[in-house]
Design a protein. Structure first.
Length: 124
């Protein structure tokens, strides 16, 4: 059904997706891959831009993880309905702001009573 060239193109697309490249960049990379007169500088520039985007996403994931871990550590996890996790998610505060708030809070020394908070309003 597929010729050798089709298989190579599909493999290229799969590998690029595995590296997290978005479709638009894959299209561009595919065109460069097929152009034997390409300048590798352009390919490197695309790769470096993607690395910077990945670094930014990794930092966002770290902040999200930290915010969620912070909320989970303040949730009693028992039979009581009070849950700072749900209160924060259901609150007016944007999730990114929550992550940034967590980053600020974790950068400052915790007070002796900070682990006893049960209300999401105090956290969010």
């Amino acid at each position: 059904i597929y010729g050798q060239n089709d298989v190579q193109v599909l493999r290229f697309i799969h590998q690029a997706r595995t590296l997290g490249f978005p479709i638009e960049q894959i299209r561009h990379l595919l065109a460069l891959w097929q152009d034997r007169d390409r300048a590798s500088a352009e390919v490197k520039q695309i790769a470096m831009q993607h690395i910077a985007e990945l670094d930014a996403r990794i930092e966002e994931f770290r902040e999200m993880r930290g915010a969620l871990a912070y909320l989970a550590s303040h949730c009693a996890g028992d039979e009581r309905p009070a849950c700072p996790i749900l209160e924060s998610i259901g609150g007016d505060q944007d999730a990114r702001k929550l992550a940034h708030r967590h980053a600020r809070l974790s950068a400052t020394p915790a007070s002796p009573n900070s682990h006893n908070r049960a209300s999401g309003a105090e956290i969010a």
